[in-house]
Design a protein around this ligand. Sequence first.
Ligand code: UD1
Length: 364
Amino acid sequence: MKIINVVGTRPNFIKIAPIMEQMSMVSAIDPFLLHTGQHYDESMNQVFFDQLGIPKPDMYFGVGSGNNANQVSEIIKCIDPILDQERPDALLVVGDVNSTVACAWAASYRKIPVIHVEAGLRSFDRSMPEEVNRIITDQLSDLLFVTEKSGMDNLFREGIDSEKIHFVGNVMVDTIKKYRYLAERDSRVLETLKLKSKQYVVLTLHRPSNVDNISTLKSILEAVRKLSEELKIVFPLHPRTREKIKEFDLEYITKSFSTIGPLSYLDMVCLMSQAKLVLTDSGGIQEETTILGIPCVTMRENTERPITIEKGTNQLGGNNGEGIWSVARNILKSGGKKGSIPNLWDGKAANRIVKIISSWSAKG
Ligand code: UD1
């Protein structure tokens, strides 16, 4: 069974690593790795392949940056002849990025079965491109692998056939469980940045809704600056955020933070694992902090990952500075929620996924 596995962005690399590893152990599966090149900087791309032992892609498109419609259409144009040439038995996509929806769409036109890992998540906020990507990808998928119960409920409500849906846990958790020990043992990030355990806050910010608007970005950064009077702020900068801070002349605020470039996987896991608090607008970091047991404030009005709030260490802070500051301040005072590990977030999701794919393919 030939399966094209698609990656394009940083979080995709973290999710595909355990799936590729499990597939390599099943002789009936012939995995083909396709990289769209949506993320291309060494620090957002190659370093993840190296650290997570992901094999070199069989195909690389180099589509690069662009607005959503351009990126999606460019990827569809690139992948269509490859689908014709390779004739895979299925195409597997992860997450909710533009590469995910574009490849699912192209495969679907060619009647190639689509497998979606991390299906069913919904923020109910269609102003986010990711939400549109999730809805379309799930509608086009033939096998849907779900990380949390809300995902099952959402898919049933949207009328997806229950036989296609499988609750398997979370592949992002497989990766962090595998590498956490190594990260804490080998990473030198704390020494390099002169940080002491539990005496700093990690900040990540890249959503267009937070960084593309000057007043939102300024209000968030001002709130974090107030926190920096109490604790050091470590801010690994996404390229989009770096550009926006420069364009809006907000460097006078971030100069009180330890601002650094994108971190490797092991450095980021080590940094988060020793933090007092993580402030983020990322999807994956909400899940990773739940596994690490570190308090997290999500700087958004909603989350597509409600289990991280119900069971985990996550809290919503909204995206205005005052709200974020008051939630963060309370956590610093009280120590934050303890949290527990969501059901099936046990490091074996990829194993379940590959078993289900094998028996699905055997049934024809
Ligand atoms: C994308 C995903 C988002 C995910 C994020 C993880 C979509 C719609 N968004 O957002 O869901 O959380 O990846 O990081 O797919 N850039 C570089 N070098 C790179 C990559 C990007 O400089 O290697 C810069 C470019 O200026 C680019 C901007 O970052 O325009 C945004 O990149 P893009 O891939 O469009 O989206 P992300 O914001 O990274």
